[in-house]
Ligand binder design. Structure first.
Ligand code: SF4
Length: 490
């Protein structure tokens, strides 16, 4: 096995997505965007799923301790194979200047089986490409009988200890990746040429920047796109946005008057150019007449563990762990607050539901922002805990959606920047309130933060994360109080 390599499996996949991404990854690594907490959660999740999948083939030995020390890993892999090791985790190989690391290799008596582990619940085209390059390299170093992808089975419901055979699906992809070998080889030759180039490939931004993955050089390539541009036209298809971009229409002001857009998209542009708000008083009045006091303002946070943590849950099931509830008896009346934040220990669902039902037992409509989310979670909870189903149904019937007037553009101001999300509506209507600068400022980060509490040991950090979660969720419902107030004043 040669040790010199130009590409790795991940750089190959980056190159398939975009030549420029590959080049920047190889030669301008420091231009890469910072990894967000939600992205870090995805990496950690992949790592955890990988470690669990190893237990499908117990007793193996790890060949790669640090993927950056390729030479060491290759040497150790050779050693383990020569010593007759039957199961090897993270075995490293180089062929044709490509380094790959096989998640699991199992010796079946006279030939090797390879297993690639994925933390998703289905096999995508990228996974086939990924397995194809693995197979190309490894089958040129060893005799390979089969190559399979091991992925999560989203129909598996945990009951007691994780049952590995049910938690994972294993599917042979050898036939498919064998057919892809010629293409893989020619792509490899092409990508090597890209890396030999003296200059960064001249590639424009396009749909490939987020397909199949969000490119990690986004900040570099998109730096000249203004913060508010044709890419923020609400509801416009991605290909149409790039069509405008390629025609040189980047700012909203540049969009030709005869370019086909919907009524609300046109309204967004006109409102921006003329710095004018749109107000449909009749419909706002109609909406407000459906709101009778007392009013509860409610918001949930959820997390989705890839490996089910609790009995009765499936991989990636949304588990509610926190809610915030503001309450107002009369318009402009005193605002009271209740909340729930689970401990990162047992299953939070039943305590969550029990307290929620208790906190909302007095009459009053329940206002949420984007009711589909809260209603779906409540229906799931009712199905999982049938003894609360009747009461939960009663609460669902009291739910109203504060997002509606903004989604339907009954009220729109240029500061909403085309979005009706609460994160855009709040600062547009209540300029002294915004999510900017908050440690946790979106649902994805809240999920990641809560999931991190299961592993965090530093008491100070746990306290800090919990306080940030309470602040964030509380902000969501306080925002609703303020937004409703603005609508009433209109
Ligand atoms: S941001 Fe887009 S154009 Fe730039 S490297 Fe990434 S994929 Fe290529």
């Amino acid at each position: 096995m040669a040790e010199k390599y130009l590409l790795s499996k991940s750089s190959f996949i980056k190159g398939i997505q975009c030549d420029k991404q590959l080049y920047l990854y190889k030669y301008h690594y420091d231009w890469m965007d910072e990894v967000s907490e939600s992205q870090q959660l995805i990496f950690n999740r992949g790592h955890d799923v990988g470690e669990l999948a190893q237990k499908l083939f117990p007793g193996g030995i790890k060949a790669t301790e640090d993927p950056r020390k390729a030479a060491q890993a290759i040497e150790r892999t050779t050693e383990l194979i020569e010593n007759g090791t039957k199961v090897i985790y993270e075995a490293a190989f180089v062929f044709d200047e490509v380094l790959v690391i096989a998640d699991i290799m199992v010796w079946d008596g006279n030939i090797w089986n390879i297993y690639e582990v994925k933390s998703s619940t289905s096999i995508s085209d990228t996974y086939y490409q990924d397995a194809a390059i693995q197979y190309y390299v490894i089958s040129n170093c060893l005799n390979v009988k089969d190559i399979s992808i091991v992925y999560l089975n989203n129909q598996y419901v945990r009951n007691g200890e994780i049952e590995l055979q049910k938690q994972f699906n294993t599917e042979s992809v050898k036939d498919k990746v064998s057919e892809m070998q010629d293409l893989t080889k020619s792509e490899l030759t092409r990508l090597k040429k890209v890396l030999m180039g003296k200059e960064i490939p001249k590639i424009e931004i396009g749909p490939h920047c987020s397909n199949p993955y969000q490119c990690s050089f986004w900040g570099h390539c998109w730096k000249d796109i203004p913060e508010y541009s044709v890419f923020n036209i609400a509801g416009l298809r991605g290909d149409k946005k790039f069509e405008l971009y390629e025609l040189g229409h980047i700012k909203l002001e540049d969009v030709p008057e005869d370019y086909p857009l919907s009524k609300t998209q046109r309204l967004q542009i006109e409102s921006h150019i003329e710095k004018k708000s749109v107000l449909d008083k009749d419909n706002i009045k109609k909406f407000l007449s459906s709101i009778s006091y007392p009013v509860y303002y409610m918001d949930f946070e959820t997390f989705m563990p890839a490996i089910p943590k609790f009995d009765g849950t499936r991989p990636y099931q949304q588990i509610p762990f926190q809610y915030s509830l503001h309450y107002q008896e009369t318009p402009n009346g005193k605002v009271e607050h209740d909340e729930f934040l689970a401990d990162a220990a047992g299953d939070p669902r039943e305590p969550f539901l029990k307290k929620l039902l208790e906190d909302t037992k007095e009459p009053g409509i329940i206002l949420v922002y984007n009711k589909a989310f809260e209603i779906t979670r409540m229906k799931e909870l009712a199905a999982d805990f049938p003894k609360y189903a009747k009461e939960t149904e009663e609460r669902i019937e009291r739910i109203f959606d504060l997002m509606q007037p903004f989604q339907k553009k009954y009220y729109y101001t240029p500061d909403m920047l085309g979005s009706y999300s609460i994160k855009s509506v709040l600062p547009a209507l209540v300029p002294d309130m915004s999510y900017k600068g908050m440690e946790i400022a979106d649902g994805g980060t809240a999920s990641a933060a809560f999931e991190s509490l299961f592993y965090e040991e530093d008491a100070f950090r746990i306290k800090e994360i919990r306080e940030n979660l309470l602040k964030y969720c509380g902000m969501d419902t306080l925002a609703m109080v303020k937004i409703l107030n603005v609508l009433q004043k209109l």
